[in-house]
Structure formats: C-alpha cells, structure tokens
Design a protein around this ligand. Structure first.
Ligand code: PLP
Length: 439
C-alpha cells in the first residue's frame, strides 16, 4: 500500500509496541510509537495525541523560580500544605477570576493536578464505607481512570453528550439515588470535547451535591480558556463558571500546566471549600486516623505521596497568580493561540470529509480551544486512529476518554503553524484513499 509514511514500517513499529489494540492505545503508548516512527523515517508527524503546552513557560514563573533557588529554597522541605504566599495568592486569584471565597488554608499545592485528583479521589472515597464509587461525567481525561485502577477504586461513567441541559438532573439522580457515589468529576472546559457546562447545569450539579452529600471535583485544567467569552479581567465579570457558586462540597483543581505553560514543573492547586476542609466523617477518622477532610488530604495523602510540592515551583506559581490578579499579566491572551490554531485545523479536517464529533455546546457551536474531536464517516475511532498513522497524523481514540462516540481527540498544542500545509496534503490523500467512507 502506497501511503505517505511507509506502511510496512508503521506496521512493524506497531507490532514492536506490543499493545493489544493499537486503535485504543494510551496517550503515552502513541507518543512512544510515533516518536520511534519519526526516528526511523525522518518524517515529521502532525502530532495531536498529547496535551503538551506548545508555548514557552510564563517568564514571571521562571524568574521567580530562579530567584527562589538562588535564595536556597532547594535545601528546605516545603510546607506540605504550601508556602503562605502561594496559599494567599491562590485565594486571591479565585476571588478575582471566579468571584468565590476560599480561605488560603484550603488552597493546597500538588505535584500537578494529577496528584490533586488522586488525593481528591482517595479522600472522597474514604468518607463513607458504603460509598465506594466515583462518578465520571465523560468524556474525560483518561489518566484519571488509570488512577482509579491503580487505587483499586470503583467508578461509573456516562457520556454527557445526550444529557446536556434539562436532561442532566435525571441522569445524575439515576446514579446518586443508588447511594454508592462519593464524588463526581468533570473537566470544564471539557477535555476532550471542549464543551462547557453553563450556569444552569452547574447549579443542578451543585444542588445534587448538597442533596446527596457528594464531593464535586471540578477540574479546571483549562481555566479561563472558553475563549468565546473574555475571562481575563480580574475582579470584573464574566467570571470562570464554577459549581462553587452552588455548593460547598467542592474541590477545584487548577493546573499550571496549560494556562501558564508550566507542565514541566508539575504544580497545580487543590482548592477545597472552607466547609469541606473542616468537615468530619467518622469512617474517614477510622480509616485514615485523622480529623477532618482537609487534614486527611494534607497530612495523610499528600504527606504519604510526595511530602509536598517542589519548593521553587511554588514560588513560580505564586508569582504567576499574583501577576494575573494584579492585572499586569494577561494569562488568557497568552494561550489564545490555541483557539486560533484550532479554528484553522478544524476547517482542514472538515474540508476533507471529516466531521466534528462534539460539534455543539447546548445551543451554540462548540468553541475553539486546546482540543477538538473528529470523526470520519463509517469508520470507528480505533480504525481511524490506526489508518491516520500511515498518513503521518497521530491522535487518540475517543473510546479512551469514556466517550460513546466513534472518533478521535485532536490536540492542537504541538502542531506548528508551518505544518498546516502538510496537514492539508495528508488529509487530502486520506480523503482520496477512502472516498467510499466519505460518501
Ligand atoms: C482535564 C485534565 N486534568 C488534569 C490534567 C493534568 O494536569 P497536570 O499537568 O497539572 O497534572 C490534564 C492534562 O492534560 C487535563 O487535561
């Protein structure tokens, strides 16, 4: 078969990877595969499999981190619950960009939001013996399910595509009424679909959290990146939408990785509501020998996992939050490039027989951001993912994200503008080679 990337070689590399089903391989497996094909062929892929920030790190953070290191912070263990300036700046940041009040005490740094979600799942799952299951509002970030697997925790999931707006309440209640759910997790904007819950949906989630006493883990890895609205002005509406306006049972996860392009330093914040932080649960006390939710997070889980977050990175994040809150650093302007690239890339796919899988967001078209979803007529997501590898294009199957739709998640961040020409040519080839499917 004559394909832009040598067919035999791709097949051989897939075999060497030794995964049961390439179409459903994990993000890191695809990264490994494509890196080795690139090395063997010298061809550059259009790499859309992994959400690595494609921008330089925020300089404010880098400078603050260098200064902290020069001040010898590297030799001292950081406070597990975070240095005071970071706690204070986080509390100020959520006030100014979300209009919510959380005391610095509940603002706790973690080694990326990954550690934050791990800690949140672990403690939420240890509050009541009978509530042993987490609920994922999918599609979602696949690694969080891997965390459940590693912990040996149970989870349930549903694809929210058909349950937006008024349909969300009944769907959530159908799970919550069984009495086994301890927490609900979703990302907003959503990885991978880029849909955003509106105020009415968030109010339903918040109300049900109050009624059923479940913890809402709101993953804000893409904070402020619903570019359809300007969320960049501190202290002025509109604010980043949040369930925190409707319930006190919340943990927000704010990652530095995407908004500040700071993924390498592995730092994010858990923002735990004042009331949840101090809430006592008899089973939690028995299980982790600790009083209160917040203490369980800090003095049990984070202590056991990493004993705090890199000292210098905490100074970096404090400086970036401070710059944003002071209004001297417009972090949203910096990441707008993603939405501009998404717009162009989506069009290239549409021009070549593809469709956007999650194309609408309630009554509007879905926004342009860090990810978009693509499908090809009459092809499963796994088959599409596999076939595109021969055309020098890599992405992950939506099946990996808990989606019930056939298609792929495409991440715009690592694709350079100068590759758009190649992308167009490869998509045209693909479309010409699979015309029947595109009918
Ligand atoms: C929804 C979501 N949550 C969490 C993360 C991980 O964030 P961090 O790099 O802070 O661990 C990502 C990264 O892609 C993500 O997309």
């Amino acid at each position: 078969m004559n394909t832009p990337i040598d067919y035999e070689l791709v097949e051989r590399k897939i075999k060497e990877l030794d995964v049961p089903d390439i179409g459903n391989a994990s993000i890191r497996e695809i990264v490994q595969l494509v890196t080795s094909i690139e090395a063997a062929t010298g061809e550059r892929y259009i790499r859309m499999e992994m959400g690595i920030p494609g921008l330089p790190p925020t300089q404010l953070g880098v400078n603050a981190e260098i200064e902290a290191l020069q001040n010898n912070v590297a030799s001292a263990y950081p406070r597990i619950d975070g240095i005071q300036s970071l706690k204070d700046e986080t509390s100020r940041f959520v006030k100014l960009f979300m209009d919510i009040d959380v005391k610095p005490e509940g603002c706790v740094p973690t080694v990326g939001s990954m550690e934050g979600s791990y800690a949140a799942f672990l403690v939420s799952g240890s509050c009541y013996k009978e509530r042993d299951t987490a609920l994922f509002i999918d599609p979602g970030f696949p690694v969080q399910k891997q965390q459940m697997l590693v912990m040996g925790h149970k989870y349930k999931t549903f694809d929210v595509f058909d349950f937006r707006g008024d349909k969300l309440r009944d769907k959530l209640e159908s799970y919550l009424s069984k009495g086994d759910i301890n927490c609900i997790i979703y990302s907003n904007p959503n990885n991978p679909a880029w849909i955003c819950f509106d105020e009415q949906e968030l109010s339903v989630i918040g109300e049900l959290a109050n009624t059923y006493g479940v913890v809402i883990i709101e993953d804000l890895a893409y904070f402020g990146m619903d570019f359809r609205i300007d969320l960049s002005r501190p202290g002025q509406p509109p604010y980043q939408a949040t369930v925190a306006n409707y319930t006190d049972n919340f943990i927000l996860l704010i990652s530095s990785s995407k908004v500040f392009s700071y993924a390498g330093q592995r730092i994010g914040m858990m923002v735990i509501s004042d009331s949840l932080y101090h809430r006592h649960f008899p089973y939690l006390e028995e299980r982790l020998k600790v009083h209160g939710f917040g203490n369980a997070v800090v003095h049990r889980v984070l202590y056991a996992l990493t004993s705090g977050t890199s000292h210098s990175a905490q100074y970096a994040l404090a400086a970036m939050f401070k710059g944003a809150s002071d209004g001297t650093f417009n972090f949203i302007e910096e990441v707008k490039e993603y939405s501009q690239k998404a717009k162009i890339m989506k069009q290239l796919f549409l021009d070549n027989g593809f469709q956007i899988v999650y194309d609408s967001d309630l009554d509007q078209p879905v926004g342009d951001g860090f990810y978009f979803t693509i499908g090809y007529p009459k092809m499963t997501g796994a088959a599409l993912m596999h076939k595109l590898l021969y055309y020098g294009i890599s992405a992950i199957s939506l099946g990996n994200t808990g989606s019930t739709k056939e298609g792929l998640r495409a991440c715009v961040s690592s694709v350079k503008r100068e590759q758009f020409g190649d992308l167009a040519i490869r998509l045209q080839r693909f479309n010409a080679d699979f015309p029947c499917a595109a009918e």
